[in-house]
Design a protein around this ligand. Structure first.
Ligand SMILES: Cc1cc2nc3c(=O)[nH]c(=O)nc-3n(C[C@H](O)[C@H](O)[C@H](O)COP(=O)(O)OP(=O)(O)OC[C@H]3O[C@@H](n4cnc5c(N)ncnc54)[C@H](O)[C@@H]3O)c2cc1C
Length: 470
């Protein structure tokens, strides 16, 4: 691989290095560490930064922001590197890889956790679950807290406690003018509003303070799988249980080819299946009642719904999402599961193009809809489900060109049944301004005004960009 042209004078880089506590990495001299910082989940992304810094704290980040401003360099933070659009890699610019900032401090008395900007979801669950506490985070533990929360963030606890960003109490951030600011309901409330869903548009977050809730440590959770021929019946039961069970239960369902997982019979591997993933954080008796219709539905090939640690459930899907494969998704929010939406799901679920692709419905709703639509920039409080046609294939797949067609066809077919909003964190590389506007709906104008106030020159634009209002 050829080394990229360095857009900055070497003496300037040496000077920056001298002002930092954490390492500054260049592809030419720090090949392995540089490559590791550039390794992200979506192997389809081609952009690479010119330099990488791994800060040890806010002071290093201040230096990076000053440097990027001075040299008009694109700058982006890297949290978990899980953004499908690969926005943590600042093309020919500076990536601030927060991998050395993964501390979590739990205050069990006040039920708060202060989480550094480079934490992965698993870092947080690991510490909070020591106290039987948790906050809302997503389904795959290797995802970054920062990207997920700044875009909204949903998971097994959303129906009870809203978006991840609804659980924020305070954020510490380095803004475009290289100041370290705190944002909360009391301090810089306009910035706090924007950070609750407005993505990576406002600066580099050094820490988040989350409200915690009593969850687990044991929950009833796991997965049931059926042959795809039973999908209509399973999907109908999924819709019924979603509509009737208490908020302690959250479900997701997917159609895919059975992976070679040890809990699935060997002769079933590679065959079409429908799965229902469940997490119930209520009592075991309540869980049994709520899950009973699913347990007696059809003839499953595997029933793995058991009592298990909440932290283990949070990691259950990790192995299905390896780094480096090629991923291409299209998503929509659904206001419910109409017969037409279900039919569309089944139709495109029957045409899964590769062993790694899937079509998914995540249940949300519940507490989301209890707050006003403009409580934080995130919006989309009318969503009951998140739909995703999730294409995935090996980097050397000879039919790679064909697979995105299935994703786009499934998405186009589902669009008439959607709310019109979209999850900003699921937008792919090529999705631009119209989709960003759709993601924020009526909150977009206010978001753009706050961007104009805190980042008028659009320094932070390696993201799903909200242009500053002048
Ligand atoms: C396998 C998988 C599972 C997922 N599951 C869920 C889920 O269950 N629920 C859900 O809501 N979402 C989910 N997502 C989507 C996820 O929320 C987004 O991909 C999110 O952007 C990931 O955050 P990250 O920190 O890992 O990403 P990165 O790629 O590191 O960063 C994403 C964006 O945030 C910026 N950023 C990173 N750190 C900071 C920081 N400290 N301060 C300011 N900006 C920063 C980056 O510059 C970039 O623009 C999933 C994604 C994947 C790939």
């Amino acid at each position: 691989m050829s080394t990229r042209t360095m857009p900055i004078d070497e003496t300037k880089i040496i000077a920056l290095r001298g002002r930092l506590r954490g390492p500054l990495l260049l592809e030419a001299s720090d090949r392995d560490a540089f490559a590791e910082s550039c390794r992200i989940w979506n192997g389809m992304i081609r952009s690479r930064p010119a330099l990488v810094v791994r800060p040890t704290g806010s002071a290093d980040i201040v230096e990076c922001v000053r440097f990027a401003r001075e040299h008009r360099l694109l700058i982006a933070a890297k949290g978990g590197g899980h953004n499908i659009a690969g926005t943590s890699l600042a093309a020919d610019g500076l990536t601030v890889d927060l991998c050395r900032m993964r501390g979590v401090l739990v205050d069990p008395v006040h039920k708060l956790a202060r989480v550094q900007g480079g934490c992965l979801l698993g870092d947080v669950d690991r510490e909070t679950q020591l106290h039987g506490l948790a906050t809302v985070l997503g389904f795959v533990s290797e995802t970054g807290v920062a990207g997920l929360t700044l875009g909204g963030g949903f998971g097994y606890l959303t129906r009870r406690f809203g978006w991840a960003s609804d659980n924020l109490v305070e954020v510490e951030i380095v803004t475009a003018d290289a100041r370290v600011l705190r944002a909360s309901a009391q301090e810089n409330p306009d910035l706090f509003w924007a950070l609750r869903g407005g993505g990576a548009n406002f600066g580099i977050v050094t820490s988040f303070t989350f409200r915690l809730h009593e969850v687990g440590p044991s929950v009833t959770a796991g997965m049931i799988a059926w042959p795809a021929e039973q999908a209509p019946e399973v999907l109908a039961t999924f819709a019924e249980v979603s509509a009737t069970a208490g908020r302690e239960l959250t479900l997701a369902t997917n159609l895919r080819l059975a992976p070679p997982a040890p809990f699935l019979p060997k002769d079933f591997h590679g065959k079409p299946m429908i799965g229902v993933i469940a997490c119930h954080t209520g009592t075991p008796a309540q869980a049994e009642r709520d899950l009973e219709p699913l347990r007696r539905c059809g003839k499953p090939i595997a029933d793995q719904l058991v009592q298990k640690p909440y932290a283990a459930q949070q990691m259950m899907l990790d192995a299905t999402q390896p780094k480096g494969l090629h991923y291409y998704w299209k998503s929509e929010y659904l206001p419910g599961l109409s017969a037409a939406a279900r039919e569309t799901f089944l139709k495109y679920g029957a045409r899964i193009p590769t062993a790694q692709s899937q079509i998914i419905l995540f249940q949300v709703g519940g507490a989301l809809g209890e707050r006003p639509a403009d409580d934080g920039a995130v919006g989309n409080r009318d969503a009951q489900f998140v739909f995703s046609a999730a294409g995935c294939w090996l980097p050397d797949d000879p039919n790679a060109q064909a697979h995105p067609h299935w994703v786009r066809d499934a998405w186009q077919a589902m669009k008439p049944h959607a709310t019109g909003g979209v999850y900003v964190n699921f937008l792919t590389e090529e999705e631009g301004e119209d989709r960003v506007r759709a993601a924020y709906g009526a909150n977009f104008a206010r978001l753009s005004a706050v961007k104009g106030q805190y980042d008028p020159d659009n320094l932070f634009r390696s993201n799903k960009n909200v242009l500053p209002q002048r």
